[in-house]
Ligand binder design. Sequence first.
Ligand code: GLY
Length: 365
Amino acid sequence: MKQINVKIPALPRNSYPIYIGQNFLDTLLTKIQNDHPDRSLFIITDSNLAENNHLKKLTAEKDIPNYIINPPGEKSKHIQTVVKIIEKMEQQFYARDSLIIALGGGTVGDIAGFAAAVYKRGIHVIQIPTTTVAQADSSVGGKTGVDSTISKNAFGAFWNPRAVYIDVATLNTLDQTQYLAGLVESLKHALIADEKYFTFFEKNIDKIINRDIETLLIIAEKNCRIKAKIVAEDPTEKNKRRILNYGHTVGHAAESASRFELLHGQAVAIGIIAAGLIEQKMKLAEPDQLRRIKILLEKMKMPTKMPKNIKSNQIIQLIKRDKKAVNKWPKFVLLEKTGKALCKNQQWAHDVAPETVKDVLAKLY
Ligand code: GLY
């Protein structure tokens, strides 16, 4: 057997601008066309965005071909939607010089990003997130994907956008529960990486809940800076990027067990409380930490207890299937203190005994 070593230059560019502002949707398309004069544009959005006028605002009467995902949300996040998008683009002769614009929440961003990653082996994508989850989390960092019938994001790719445009005024059309649930990802950023951001959150929680634009602009920037810094250190989630999953191990299990009755942020809120209880048991937490987190989550009207119809044994079974589990048991992201994820032996995710997790789950009812 002969071995030949080839040296292939590193993969595509990984840096991109994030623009943050308010009420710029109706002038954005002209900017995108000016910035990418040689690209054929194709918009992917969903029926919510089409109904609440965001699509109309973005296109501003310009005739840009689009695909409208319907029904919106997780139900459409499967490979068939990607097949339909790709075939529509093929029918309309889109080539490798195309640019997909993803206008919408996390599901739209994930589907459109994945379609861009695989269409003709990869075309450009621009993310325009319009929900609190997407603006704080999913539009930045390059994770894209769709679900299989067996698990979430079974088809996936890391595919960075060429740019992200965050217009905080688009959040005004979200219903209050969705709006608040998405903010849990912002709180997560504060908990894992920035104590000052956590105190900012505490001081400004009423303004945040009431969608004060100036406050939303501040938190959009804080989220992007925190997330981008972590992703830059570990783009493909080998180690440090795992801290972005704080609260997500129990959270994802609760989300699945509820058959998506719990919104992602609601489930992560329960997962953050579970992580806090684990920290207490492992004598990691500061005395007041969990109480302060609970006060914020309660103000945000997030659940802090596991719904009674979800049994702790169901959660344990689902945790064993966590995609990052080794020998059927995952490692947990924990806090050393408010604003600082725990790093031990250069690892950012940690062993927690199943008994500890079972004890904690029992306290969650
Ligand atoms: N949402 C977690 C991450 O982007 O890694």
